[in-house]
Design a protein around this ligand. Structure first.
Ligand SMILES: [Mg+2]
Length: 226
């Protein structure tokens, strides 16, 4: 049986995707596919910092506005408002509320390719983002443009991922792909893990419960499909 979306979430059909990752809609999956689908962890993909290079957009925008010359290696902390001068941080915080700010973010094709491979292997794929709900249309168009397939899309502000995680437990596990170290403290519990692609701002995760930092998307695919 297809799981129901929680109130306030946005369910969308899969975007237009390359033929190699097409699969039947969930309600029409044949019995073998349905069994495989139910037996695997659900995969939640964050967008900014995972499927897309938002940090580069952020620094380019700040540099253009303020004449600064920040490079990606300057971004040692995830929350840019915490290390930028207040004037720059406040200006940037306002940009995060503008849907169009997200329209030109470049995709990380390595991550998108891994998502498509896992989707084709009948993993349930949820895309959830901390972007405001007003960015839902821009986000949906962005996902379609880059051929990202998914079962569900949640664009509902900073609580989006916790909303999805609350539906999962050891009997219905979830892996959250997210680059925000704060999610390491907020989301993991039995049945819910956070896997982070290593970025400039990624701290040492050693010893944290259900947290994994990885360097290679192909290795992630191998680990989940071997
Ligand atoms: Mg992120």
């Amino acid at each position: 049986m297809a799981r129901q979306a929680a109130p306030g979430t946005v369910r969308e059909p899969a975007g237009e995707a390359p033929a190699c990752v097409r699969r039947p809609d969930v309600p029409r999956l044949d019995r073998v596919f349905k069994a495989a689908y139910a037996a695997k962890p659900t995969l939640l993909f964050d967008i900014d910092g995972v499927l897309a290079f938002l940090a580069h957009t952020i620094l380019t925008a700040v540099n253009a506005r303020f004449g600064t010359s920040y490079a990606i290696d300057d971004m040692r902390r995830y929350w840019v408002e915490s290390w930028l001068p207040p004037e720059q941080g406040d200006w940037l915080a306002d940009r995060f509320d503008e849907p169009d700010f997200y329209a030109t973010v470049a995709p990380d094709y390595r991550a998108v390719d891994a998502l498509l491979q896992l989707y084709a292997r009948v993993f349930r794929v949820v895309i959830a983002t901390d972007r405001p709900a007003s960015a839902a249309d821009v986000t949906r168009a962005w996902l379609a443009r880059y051929g990202v397939s998914f079962d569900e899309l949640v664009v509902d502000g900073p609580g989006s991922k916790a909303t999805v995680a609350a539906r999962h437990d050891e009997d219905d596990p979830l892996i959250v792909f997210d680059d925000d170290p704060r999610k390491w403290l907020e989301l993991p519990r039995p049945g819910v893990e956070v896997w982070s692609p290593r970025r400039v701002w990624t701290p040492n995760e050693a010893g944290l419960f259900n947290v994994t930092v990885f360097d290679s998307w192909p290795a992630v695919v191998r680990r989940l499909t071997q």
